[in-house]
Design a protein around this ligand. Structure first.
Ligand code: MN
Length: 328
């Protein structure tokens, strides 16, 4: 990380901070933190995204922390030579829509699927992108206010599922740094208001149709839901004592949107999802959590029993990994 290099690159340009589509708490916290950081060093920026801020937890964040994030459809003047910094996402990812501006920089904590030659890149594998942004304040000794520290801390807490998922020593170190400055009352207030009444319909459907094979749980939702809700239900299914690998998907624009969770030591959620969905769309992510899609034009490949077919696809990948392991 070379924070001065980032400032030098962006200075004098129109700067957009683009999160992944349907931003989650970590994406919004990271973009907001970076916006404040840049502003402290004389660079103005605009936070933008595609999709919607739909989940209750993220909508509340905008309000509580006074974050201004603009949906791309409401930005009419972005030019090809405007600068984009991708935050909590990378160019060429299926969850990061290509905007007119120039992706000159990237700050992200996900594995790289397709490399891109940025002029500045900070790619680290850690539990939350917000930890990386906190590090910019710490390294550069930039003054960090309570509101920003609280937003970043909330991002870490949410993306690591309260330090249960993908957390590294670095996340803990950054949490300790933020904890001294953050307002813990705001964190607990946010943490206890994560559901809307409509969310329960999606939970209800997933609970009714759950299928379990060995230690793998599958559930589907027949209507479109925000990514964050699909992810929450995937976490919820993983919470079942007998489930160690959860695959949850919801109907989306004639296809499916997936959220996959893993708590075994031997499977990698990102790799499994990529392999299972390779002919149908796209998939990838971390060891413990991954996402994916089945494209509408590929739905016919799933035939008359799409749910059964999806279960087969994932189970076949998991079985073949079991075999690869036993041959070693
Ligand atoms: Mn993240």
């Amino acid at each position: 990380m070379d924070w001065l290099k980032l400032i030098e690159l962006l200075k004098g340009h129109k700067v957009y901070l683009q999160t992944h589509n349907f931003p989650d708490p970590d994406a919004l916290a990271s973009a907001y933190g970076m916006q404040v950081f840049l502003q402290c060093h004389g660079v103005e920026s605009t936070i933008c995204y595609a999709g919607e801020v739909e989940a209750n937890s993220t909508k509340k964040m905008l309000e509580v922390f006074h974050i201004e994030a603009i949906e791309i459809d409401d930005i009419h003047d972005m030019k090809p030579d405007d600068y984009i910094v991708t935050i909590d996402g990378q160019k060429y990812n299926s969850n990061l829509t290509d905007f007119p501006g120039n992706e000159v920089a990237c700050i992200d904590h996900h594995p790289t699927m397709k490399p891109c030659a940025y002029r500045y890149s900070d790619l680290r594998i850690c539990g939350a992108c917000a930890s990386m942004v906190a590090n910019y304040f710490k390294e550069s000794e930039t003054t960090l206010d309570t509101n920003t520290a609280t937003a970043l801390l909330y991002g870490i807490k949410m993306d690591t599922d309260s330090f249960n998922r993908g957390v590294t020593d670095f996340d803990i170190e950054m949490f300790a740094f933020l904890h001294k400055i953050a307002d813990n009352h705001t964190i607990s207030a946010l943490s206890h208001n994560n559901y809307e009444i409509q969310d329960l319909y999606a939970y209800g459907e997933a609970i009714r149709n759950i299928k379990i094979y060995d230690n793998v749980g599958f559930a589907s939702i027949s209507f479109d839901c925000p990514d964050a809700l699909v992810a929450m239900i995937s976490d919820f299914i993983l919470g079942l004592d007998i489930v160690q690998f959860a695959v949850v998907y919801a109907a989306r624009n004639g296809g499916y949107k997936f959220s996959v969770r893993n708590e075994t030591k031997h499977y990698h959620a990102g790799t499994v999802t990529a392999r299972a969905l390779k002919d149908l769309g796209d998939g990838g992510g971390h060891f413990a959590m991954a996402g994916g899609i089945v494209l509408p034009e590929k739905m016919y490949l799933l035939g008359d029993h799409p749910h059964f077919e999806i279960q087969q696809l994932f189970m076949n990948v998991l079985y073949s990994i079991d075999e690869e392991i036993s041959e070693e």
